[in-house]
Design a protein. Structure first.
Length: 131
């Protein structure tokens, strides 16, 4: 799917996989699909699938990496409130704090101040309940 840029194939496979896989394997598939779809540029679909990942069954590093990329993309798409309500509020604070910290560093590292201001980084921080 990644090489052919036919990401819809993954979406078509999800019902089949959900029907035939155990919970742990399904979570791994969701994380991998979310990463692939996010790398193709389809933020909304990736976020939807990532919301199904069970963070307790995943490698914390891989999970946090994907969440960090979702957050940085979410800032640019003004979707932080959505990410907060669908994912961050459901996570232990150590995981969400780590991803938020990393996302802020990535945004700061890869953007000038003039680029950051339109994304509403202050909104990003204020939308989160623990800041």
């Amino acid at each position: 799917a990644r090489h052919s840029n036919e990401i819809n194939i993954l979406s078509d496979l999800i019902p089949i996989i959900e029907k035939n896989c155990d919970t742990e394997y399904l979570s791994h598939v969701y994380l991998q699909f979310s990463q692939i779809i996010l790398s193709s540029g389809n933020f909304e679909s990736s976020l939807s699938i990532f919301g199904k990942v069970n963070h307790e069954l995943e490698n914390v590093s891989a999970y946090t990496d994907c969440l960090t990329i979702l957050l940085t993309t979410g800032v640019k798409k003004n979707s932080i409130a959505l990410i907060n309500s669908t994912i961050l509020q459901m996570l232990p604070t150590d995981i969400s704090h780590n991803a938020i910290y990393r996302a802020i560093i990535e945004i700061s590292r890869n953007s000038s101040f003039d680029e950051i201001v339109p994304y509403g980084i202050l909104f990003f921080l204020s939308a989160l309940p623990f800041w």
